[in-house]
Ligand binder design. Structure first.
Ligand SMILES: *Cc1c(COP(=O)(O)O)cnc(C)c1O
Length: 254
């Protein structure tokens, strides 16, 4: 879905919609500055800790793509959000025992970091007689605190996931280096973009369809877009600072 123009008619009174309109402009401007088309960068709204009422307002304004990082929250909000057309991606660490709860409510699991998780997602999708989009989560920064596989392991996981016919590997997701050193942050993003391009040109198994790069958050999305991000995941830039005593945000706290 193109970013430009979405939710352009934000009622002036709603701060979320005002910030969303600003963010949409900033994302488009970052794309243009990078010589890219704004239509090539999707905006996923990271809605963790945000009440369904507020999410429904951004959905009502025409935004369609949200992401949640905790299974409980996906389930808790599902009924309230169901009447409003939207797509939800899972963007947190997914425990095997939560797969059955989460799967009915999400179109994509962006955080596949093992063959075993892929296998379980595949068999559940098969039971539900559906397909599931997935992304390979890569830890480009190498920080211990982050999940995701090393780039060196990505070809093998990609090939394994490609063998599961209920999964469609759409691309790669990463959480960037948590650092004020933007050059270092960008280098991590660039390494993932280079991997994607190299995997496709070498014809690695599963690489052909794996075109997405889910990378960039509120603090660094312009850098991620400059390095080729096709999907930025923004929370606080749209919804403001999250409550400090909300659920843990182990990988995303900035
Ligand atoms: C919360 C979260 C984001 C958004 O973080 P902000 O810094 O608020 O934009 C992005 N990705 C993941 C995986 C998250 O959990």
């Amino acid at each position: 879905m193109p970013v430009a123009g979405e939710a352009a008619a934000a009622p002036p009174g709603d701060p979320d919609l005002r910030r969303l309109a600003d963010v949409i402009e900033q994302v488009a401007a970052a794309a243009v500055a990078a010589g890219r088309s704004p239509a090539d960068v999707r905006l996923l709204l990271a809605t963790k800790t945000i009440d369904p009422d507020r999410i429904l307002r951004v959905l009502g304004a025409g935004h369609r793509l949200i992401g949640e990082n905790r299974a409980q929250e996906v389930v808790a909000k599902a009924d309230a959000l169901a009447p409003s057309e939207h797509e939800c991606h899972f963007i947190g660490h997914l425990q095997a025992n939560k797969i059955n709860q989460v799967l009915p409510h999400v179109s994509c699991v962006q955080t596949v970091d093992s063959a075993e998780l892929g296998r379980r997602l595949h068999s559940r999708a098969e039971l539900l007689d559906r397909t599931l989009d997935v992304m390979v989560q890569v830890n480009v920064s190498g920080e211990d605190s982050k999940s995701g596989i090393a780039l060196a392991q990505a070809p093998e996981l990609l090939a394994t996931l490609a063998g599961f016919d209920r999964l469609r590997v759409r691309g790669y997701m990463t959480i960037g280096l948590n650092s004020p050193d933007l050059a270092a942050v960008r280098a991590g993003y660039r390494s993932l973009a280079d991997f994607r391009d190299g995997a496709r040109s070498k014809g690695l198994a599963g690489a052909e369809q794996a075109t997405e790069l889910s990378m960039g958050m509120s603090g660094d999305f312009a850098a991620a877009i400059a390095e080729g991000s096709t999907m930025v995941r923004l929370g606080s830039a749209v919804f403001g600072r999250r409550a400090p005593n909300g659920p843990p945000q182990p990988e995303a706290a900035r």
